[in-house]
Design a protein around this ligand. Structure first.
Ligand code: HEM
Length: 636
């Protein structure tokens, strides 16, 4: 008996090695047939054993020995390679290449024509829906479905993201931005407070904006109380005794998302760990609040109330329960029934949940990187402030107006700064697709037919694509590294162009003679089709694109109208020490902090659902314009 057990355990590694070798051999054969360049890696980057044991070693090895031939293979086994090495692997292997591991063939794309083919051939290259299955926990929705069912969800949910909702996003962001300013600049507005939890605050802001413009519940920042903060039902009809406020339920659910998605609630509720029971509590509270909101919105819809300024969930409920009789078909529940005009109750709640998920971390992460990048790129910050002054003049924030101001914002340095951040750090670095399981697919690449094996994993490599010199104008050699182009740097000025030929902008060779501030700035660079995909491309592109753009631009405008952002230097010199420094010393200190901030951004960013700085922080300060401690000392 003992020997049988021993044999069993001894045979496990043999079985593992044999199945790995067979898997690799099979996949190499498939890769050879494809006609695509490929690289064989013995271990898949997301192999759990490798993640636990070899990942750190791999990262260290590639950094320590970048020129060894073996490093080229180890590099592709580092899960963060797409973030760390950007366009480099593509420059070496080609704009489309495949990694072949024992587990699968994985095709990475930084070629705009191939991306356009993949994004438009939706049935041949579906979303790997299995990855999102757990996200159906509150109801089926537009993110997790495929085929005709997705088509139906998309058709019904798209109108809720219209201009009426954009106005709400604009107004809610102003409201939330003012509260964030109070925390960042202090009650007296004097600024000078070191902010270390920038991501936490941008997360809070984006959560509150979705709560307001997505669900119609406006939340307050700590220090104030109002409905959203209170522990009370959102519907008069509810008798539920809540244990968390709506805000804490939302935040708690998002904080424990992975746990909540993976384990059933009954399991978490009975687990011996407090954190698991807290996760279950947040999930239950969220669900109960959303049911209450739904009841209220249904009452409003039936009564025909709230025609203007509709939040997204309100618009979905109105579509199902509004006075228009043709929409009352909620009894038709068959999935994929494209004749349906309205969502079921569960589908409304499922979609509300994914709007929260899709729109929260993405916008928050972008805002976080933006604050740091603007503190690093002082000239861009100044030009953006000049454009903000030009657009809003002396008008108080209360008089800012979506329909009057949004175009000017989008075509100014505000728009350019936002577009550049999304070019440089697209939150979804690799947009996931797959080759349909049904059959191999032919894709044209560089004028040749290539055969993409059925079931292969496909990544639209947004970050690499958006640094591909074939498509993007450089304003000159990098001012940060020794690269001969600046495509891996934050240079919003590249978005301003001289000519616009056939709808595609001609990149300006040098930014010097085409500075945007105060000039004719209503022509931003128009990237070639398929070369700019922070919001993905084709029919499955982001539904919340405009929502996010409005939110980001208006928040920047609110903050930078009155304040500048600087890197905080507390960890190196206190305020008194800075006070005593002469100009040269201050410049040297700030340059040093810039290096630290760059290194933190590069080395502490992690790719989860989105990329974000997780294992470190870059402290910043808001300072009233005209009272800067450092950035006014730099030449402009
Ligand atoms: C900077 C902010 C944002 C970025 C960069 C972004 C990016 C993306 C990307 C890349 C996708 C495609 C994902 C995939 O195919 O796997 C996507 C899909 C989606 N996004 Fe966003 N997003 C942002 C903000 C938002 C917001 C604010 C909302 C809603 C309030 C939202 C709602 C959605 C939805 C519903 C989808 C699924 C569309 C479909 O499958 O038909 N996003 N987004």
């Amino acid at each position: 008996m003992v020997s049988a057990v021993t044999v069993f355990f001894l045979s496990l590694p043999v079985y593992y090695i044999a199945s790995t070798a067979i898997g690799l051999w099979r996949n190499i054969k498939i890769a050879k047939r494809s006609g695509l360049p490929y690289k064989v890696i013995p271990i898949h980057a997301f192999n759990p054993i490798w993640l636990l044991t070899g990942r750190r070693f791999g990262t260290w090895f590639v950094t320590a020995y970048p020129n060894l031939w073996v490093s080229k293979y180890v590099l592709l086994m580092v899960p963060e390679w797409s973030w760390r090495y950007g366009f480099e692997p593509f420059a070496e292997y080609g704009d489309v290449f495949m990694t072949v591991s024992p587990v699968n063939c994985h095709i990475y794309i930084a070629d705009r024509e191939v991306i356009t083919q993949i994004a438009t051939r939706r049935d041949d290259f579906p979303k790997p829906a299995w990855m999102y299955r757990t996200v159906n926990m509150f109801g089926r929705n537009v993110v997790t479905t495929e085929g005709s069912e997705w088509k139906f969800h998309r058709k019904v949910t798209s109108p809720s993201f219209g201009e009426k909702n954009n106005v709400m996003v604009f107004e809610e962001t102003i409201k939330q931005g003012k509260m964030m300013l109070r925390k960042w600049a202090g009650e007296d507005g004097k600024g000078g407070i070191t902010i270390t939890d920038v991501l936490e605050d941008t997360m809070r802001l984006s959560l509150h904006v979705i709560s307001g413009a997505g669900f119609g519940v406006s939340l307050q920042w700590p220090g104030t109380t109002q409905d959203g903060d209170m522990i009370k039902p959102l519907s008069e009809d509810s008798t539920h005794r809540h244990t968390l406020s709506f805000k804490d339920a939302l935040a708690g659910l998002l904080h424990n998302l992975l746990v909540v998605l993976v384990f059933p609630r009954w399991f978490l509720e009975n687990a011996p760990f407090k954190w698991a029971r807290k996760a279950a509590e947040a999930s239950l509270e969220y669900q109960t609040y959303m049911n209450e909101l739904f009841v209220e919105k249904r009452k409003e819809a039936i009564a025909g109330e709230k025609a203007d300024g509709m939040d997204i969930m309100g618009a979905l409920v109105k579509n199902s329960y509004g006075p228009d009789e043709k929409h009352h078909n909620k009894h038709l529940t068959a999935h994929g029934d494209v004749e349906r005009q309205a969502l079921t109750d569960s589908e409304i709640l499922g979609n509300a949940f994914v709007f929260l998920l899709a729109g929260h971390e993405t916008s928050a992460g972008s805002l976080h990187y933006l604050f740091i990048l603007l503190a690093l790129h002082i000239d861009s910050q100044r030009r953006m402030q000049q454009d903000i002054d030009r657009i809003f003049g002396d008008r108080p924030v209360e008089e800012w107006d979506y329909s009057k101001d949004i175009t000017a914002m989008q075509t100014s340095m505000l728009g350019a700064v936002m577009q550049e951040e999304l070019r440089l750090v697209p939150p979804v670095i690799n947009i996931p697709k797959q080759v349909s399981d049904d059959s191999d697919q032919i894709v044209m690449y560089q004028g040749q037919q290539t055969i993409w094996p059925k079931g292969a994993v496909v990544s639209l490599s947004a970050l690499a694509l958006q640094r591909n010199p074939k498509y993007w104008p450089s304003t000159g050699p990098s001012k940060v590294t020794d690269e001969d182009n600046d495509l891996a740097d934050f240079v919003p000025e590249r978005w301003f162009v001289k000519n616009n030929v056939n709808g595609n902008a001609q990149p300006t060779e040098s930014a010097e003679d085409d500075m945007p501030a105060g000039k004719d700035t209503n022509r931003l660079f128009h990237p070639l089709k398929g070369s700019y995909i922070p919001f993905s491309d084709g029919p499955r592109s982001c539904l919340g694109k405009r929502f996010a753009q409005v939110e980001i631009m208006i928040l920047l405008a609110i903050i930078f109208k009155t304040y500048s952002v600087e890197l905080a230097v507390d960890e190196v010199a206190d305020d008194e020490a800075v006070e005593k420094m002469d100009e040269k010393e201050r410049i040297a200190l700030y340059e040093q902090q810039k290096e630290t901030a760059r290194s933190t951004m590069k080395n502490c960013s992690e790719i989860g659902i989105t990329v974000r700085i997780k294992n470190g922080y870059v402290p910043i300060r808001l300072v009233p314009r005209g009272k800067e401690r450092f950035i006014h000392l730099f030449e402009y």
